[in-house]
Design a protein around this ligand. Structure first.
Ligand code: AP5
Ligand code: MG
Length: 238
């Protein structure tokens, strides 16, 4: 299963990717998480990209394409992957297409989580993240339930960075949707509702996916990702 999660900042890509990762046992490749890990490690790349992320800008395409090319060729991607945060520009989409062709892979679905701007702003202003495992949570918790690390606010969730992030998404990333729309790969999912409700819709949009019974599936279910009833993907509505 090769999946692409698409949506605005705060639309729930990371949240749903976490569900899909435990459901299918395939890696979640989140370019934002990878960049933040470089910043935390203090690497040369991290020092270069830190000021860009802090103001909500986009890291140059050649850097991002190089990172993703390298990551998708790692052995853990052999059974499939969930990409979140890439491609964000049309040149990135073109480069990813070429890479997928080279690897002999294709996307099964592009899942577009559609959420209105007011709700995005509400979610981002309250979001907390675990600096250790990168999981995100709505307000209320102090520690990560998975590894007990103290939760923090992301630097780019501060008020001054949020607006530019949404603006650049509208300008540079919306055209990427047209790119995949032409291939008939996009399932548009109404991102309103609880996390569990959205998870149900995400699962229903997948080819050959079993019905979702709970947030995380048991090991037997995880090992049979292709079992179950086929749900036709939703048509794209514009
Ligand atoms: P990235 O980390 O990818 O950030 P983003 O796209 O802005 O998306 P977010 O992670 O903010 O949102 P999300 O959709 O994952 O939402 P979440 O699940 O957390 O990128 C960061 C930066 O890196 C970029 O700005 C750029 O600088 C750089 N970058 C990365 N990739 C790049 C690329 N390809 N090219 C160039 N630059 C790149 O949910 C948000 C909140 O809402 C959480 O608190 C969550 O708990 C809550 N929530 C989720 N679902 C629901 C629900 N249904 N109801 C209520 N609350 C909910
Ligand atoms: Mg995210």
């Amino acid at each position: 299963m090769n999946l692409l999660l698409y949506g605005a900042p705060g639309s729930g890509k990371g949240t749903q990717a976490d569900m899909l990762r435990s459901r299918f046992g395939i890696p979640h490749i989140a370019t934002g998480d990878m960049l933040r890990a470089e910043i935390t490690a203090g690497s040369e790349l991290g020092r270069k990209v830190q000021p860009i992320l802090a103001v909500g800008g986009y890291v140059p395409d050649p850097i991002m394409i190089g990172i993703v090319q390298n990551r998708l060729q790692q052995p853990d991607c052999a059974r499939g992957f969930i990409i979140d945060g890439f491609p964000r520009t049309v040149p990135q989409a073109e480069a990813l297409d070429e890479l997928m062709r080279k690897l002999g892979r294709r996307f099964d679905r592009v899942l577009y989580l559609k959420v209105e701007t007011e709700e995005l702003l509400r979610r981002l202003s309250g979001r907390l993240v675990c600096p250790a495992c990168q999981r995100t949570y709505p307000p209320g918790k102090q520690k990560c339930p998975v590894d007990s690390t103290s939760l923090v606010q992301r630097e780019d969730d501060k008020r001054e960075a949020v607006k530019p992030r949404i603006e650049i998404y509208l300008e540079k990333t919306i055209p990427v949707l047209d790119y995949y729309g032409r291939e008939g790969l996009v399932s548009e999912i109404d991102g309103r509702g609880t996390i569990e409700e959205i998870s149900q819709k995400v699962m229903a949009a997948l080819p050959l996916s079993p019905p979702l019974k709970g947030r995380s599936a048991g090991p037997a279910e995880r090992s049979r990702p292709g079992a179950g009833v086929k749900q036709p993907p939703a048509a794209r509505k514009e």
